[in-house]
Design a protein around this ligand. Structure first.
Ligand code: PLP
Length: 398
C-alpha cells in the first residue's frame, strides 16, 4: 500500500484553493458563480513588464541564474529598499525566490528548530502555520481584537514571548484583514523585540503598495532590531505578476546565505525570464501600482457601502490589501430554509456559495473562525451583484 510521509499527512490543503475548486465545480455545472475567494489582482501585468520578458527571451536569458538572483536584480531591489523604505541593504542581503511564498518558507526552514515557538499574529495568511509545521516548530497564534482592527499590540506580544520563542510572523498590510501597522505601533513592537535577543521577525510586506492610508512602515527601520528582521516582499500584488513567481527577502547576510543554501537544494533560482521582467518592473517605478491602487480603493469603498446594508456583518475598514473581513457571528444559530443550522463561518460560506453562488473563504483558514474573507479584486459590477445576492440569501436564514 502507498505510505505517505507523516509530514505531508499533517499538512492541510490550502483552503483558499479548496474553495476555488468548489466554485469551479459549480461553475462547470453551468451555475453563474461569482468568485471572491482568490487573493489575486484582476489586472493584467503592465505592458512594459511583458515587453521586457519578450526581450529577455530574444536576448537569450535562458540559462540558470545565480541561486539568489541576477546581481542587477538584487541591486535594483536594494535601490527599491532605499527609495521606498529608507533601508540600506547590499546585494548580499537579498535573496530572490519563486514568489514571496518561497522566501517565507526559506526563512522559516532556516531559522526554526523542532520545538521552537513561532508567534503568528492572527488573523494570519493561510500558509504561515503550515510552514511552521513543516519546520516542526510550534505555532503560537496571537489574535488581534476586532476593536483594534485585528492588530496585535506590543503588550500582547510581550506577554506571549517565552524563552523558546524563535520567530514572529505577520503581514502588514495584512491578508486577510487589510490592517496596516503604523510606525508608532511597529516602534512599540520593536522595543519588545529588542528586549528578547533570541527572537527574529519575519515581516511580510507583499501588499506594501496596496495601502490606502499612505505611509508604509517597516519593522526593519528600527535600528535596534534591523539585524533580526527578515523583510519579505515581491511582485505578485503590487505589479500584478502572480503567475511570474518572483519574490524576495532582505536579511542580515548570514540569514540570507542560509536561505540561499536552502533554495539551492530545493529549487535553485527562480525563472530567468521572470527575473528580467521583475528588473524592468522595478526600473519602471511604482506608477503602474498607483493606478491599480486607485481601483482597489474605489472597490473597497463600494463594498463597504454595500455591506452596510447587510445586517449582522461587522466589518472593519481595511487600510490596505484587497479584502474585506467581516465578523459574521450574528448569523450563528440561524437555520437555512432546509433546516441546517449555521454554526460557523464555514457553514455560512458554504450556504452563500450554494444559495447566492458567491464564493468566499471562511476565516478558519486564517485562524479567525468568526469571519469570512471576501476578495475585492473583482470588477465593480461583479462586486455589486455579489453583495446584492448575498444580502438576499441571508434574509432566508431564520
Ligand atoms: N504573503 C501573503 C500575505 C500573501 O497574501 C501572498 C499571496 O497570496 C503571499 C505572501 C505569496 O505571494 P507570492 O505570490 O509572491 O508567492
Amino acid at each position: 500500500p502507498l505510505v505517505l510521509s507523516d509530514r505531508i499527512n499533517a499538512m492541510q490543503e490550502s483552503q483558499t484553493i479548496a474553495m476555488a475548486k468548489k466554485a469551479r465545480a459549480l461553475a462547470a455545472e453551468g451555475v453563474d458563480v461569482i468568485s471572491l475567494s482568490f487573493g489575486e489582482p484582476d489586472f493584467q501585468t503592465p505592458q512594459y513588464i511583458k515587453d521586457a520578458a519578450k526581450k529577455a527571451l530574444d536576448e537569450g536569458y535562458t540559462f540558470y541564474t545565480p541561486v539568489p538572483g541576477y546581481p542587477e536584480l538584487r541591486q535594483a531591489i536594494c535601490d527599491k529598499f532605499e527609495r521606498d523604505n529608507q533601508l540600506s541593504y547590499a546585494p548580499e542581503n537579498i535573496v530572490v525566490s519563486t514568489g514571496a511564498k518561497q522566501a517565507l518558507a526559506n526563512a522559516v526552514l532556516s531559522l526554526v528548530n523542532p520545538g521552537d515557538e513561532v508567534i503568528v499574529f492572527a488573523p494570519y495568511w493561510v500558509s504561515y502555520e503550515e510552514m511552521v509545521k513543516l519546520a516542526e516548530g510550534t505555532t503560537i497564534t496571537l489574535m488581534g481584537t476586532l476593536e483594534n482592527d485585528f492588530k496585535v499590540t506590543a503588550q500582547e506580544l510581550e506577554a506571549a514571548i517565552t524563552p523558546r520563542t524563535r520567530l514572529i510572523m505577520y503581514s502588514s498590510p495584512c491578508n486577510p484583514t487589510g490592517s496596516v501597522f503604523s510606525r508608532a505601533e511597529l516602534g512599540a513592537i520593536a522595543e519588545v523585540v529588542a528586549r528578547h535577543p533570541q527572537v527574529h521577525v519575519l515581516a511580510d510586506e507583499i501588499y506594501e503598495y496596496i495601502n490606502f492610508v499612505g505611509e508604509h512602515a517597516s519593522l526593519a527601520q528600527f535600528a535596534a532590531v534591523k539585524d533580526r528582521v527578515i523583510t519579505v516582499n515581491g511582485f505578485s500584488k503590487g505589479y500584478a505578476m502572480t503567475g511570474w513567481r518572483v519574490g524576495y527577502l532582505a536579511a542580515r547576510k548570514e540569514i540570507a546565505a542560509a536561505c540561499e543554501k536552502m533554495q539551492s537544494q530545493i529549487t535553485s533560482a527562480t525563472c530567468s525570464i521572470a527575473q528580467r521582467a521583475a528588473l524592468a518592473a522595478l526600473q519602471g517605478g511604482r506608477s503602474s501600482a498607483d493606478e491599480m491602487v486607485a481601483a482597489y480603493r474605489r472597490r473597497r469603498d463600494l463594498v463597504l457601502e454595500l455591506v452596510k446594508d447587510i445586517p449582522g456583518f461587522r466589518t472593519p475598514t481595511p487600510s490596505g490589501a484587497f479584502y474585506i473581513f467581516p465578523d459574521v457571528t450574528g448569523y450563528f444559530g440561524k437555520a437555512t430554509p432546509t433546516g441546517e443550522v449555521i454554526s460557523s463561518a464555514a457553514d455560512l460560506a458554504l450556504f452563500m456559495l450554494n444559495d447566492a453562488h458567491v464564493a468566499a473563504v471562511d476565516g478558519g483558514a486564517f485562524g479567525a473562525p468568526n469571519c469570512i474573507r471576501f476578495s475585492t479584486a473583482a470588477a465593480d459590477e461583479k462586486l455589486r451583484e455579489a453583495f446584492i445576492r448575498i444580502k438576499n440569501s441571508l434574509t432566508k436564514l431564520q
